[in-house]
Design a protein around this ligand. Structure first.
Ligand SMILES: [Cu+2]
Length: 198
């Protein structure tokens, strides 16, 4: 598959967003992603966001896996199925895709088990009111923001940065408490976690 035909590069439009909402917790490393046999291969990662109801813990939506381990300087394709049909408030600009190849992602309606490579459409942003969660990674010289629309599947590609630990946080107020920033939003491998690049 030609990377550029599906993922137009748009290196000139780089957006650097400021993270708000407090510190990020550095914690344990979770799942290790499979590495392909050949170094030139695209690494594919599959994630999902399940609702609290689905896992018997209402009010606690969760990313699975909550921690990623990836090799440095490699092209990774991530598919995220968001089973959550509820939106949540996000700070301005976190509805925009940033830090992926071309600063875009592909959005497919629903959470089908399989779909054609060109299914759905390529977008640079999601309407604010349609965002259920974000996968927002911040680390030294690296920032990536992927907004997840309700009840949808997104596919994006990114180049892993240099070795290091890159915390991620969901920036949509999907948790418990008055502001929606408690509970899973403050719990490792729930709505925050670690991308460990080696
Ligand atoms: Cu969330």
């Amino acid at each position: 598959m030609n990377e550029n035909s599906l993922w137009p590069l748009n290196a000139s439009r780089r957006r650097f967003l400021k993270l708000s909402g407090g510190g990020l917790v550095i914690a344990a490393i979770g799942l290790t992603m499979d590495s392909p046999a050949e170094a030139s291969d695209l690494i594919k990662v599959s994630m999902k966001v399940v609702t609290g109801k689905m896992i018997g813990r209402p009010g606690w939506p969760q990313f699975e896996p909550g921690d990623l381990k990836l090799p440095a300087h490699r092209l990774v394709e991530v598919t995220v199925r968001c089973f959550d049909d509820g939106n949540a408030q996000i700070p301005g600009d976190y509805n925009r895709v940033s830090g992926t190849i071309g600063n875009v992602m592909r959005v497919i309606k629903g959470t089908p088990a399989s779909f054609a490579p060109n299914a759905g459409r390529v977008v640079e942003e999601v309407p604010m009111k349609e965002v259920a969660h974000t996968f927002t990674v911040k680390g030294k010289n690296f920032f990536m923001n992927v907004p997840l629309p309700v009840s949808s599947t997104v596919v994006y590609r990114f180049k892993t940065p240099a070795a290091g630990k890159y915390p991620w946080q969901c920036m949509a107020a999907c948790g418990t408490g008055a502001g929606g920033w408690a509970g899973p939003m403050m719990t490792n491998a729930w709505m925050e976690g670690m991308v460990t690049v080696t």
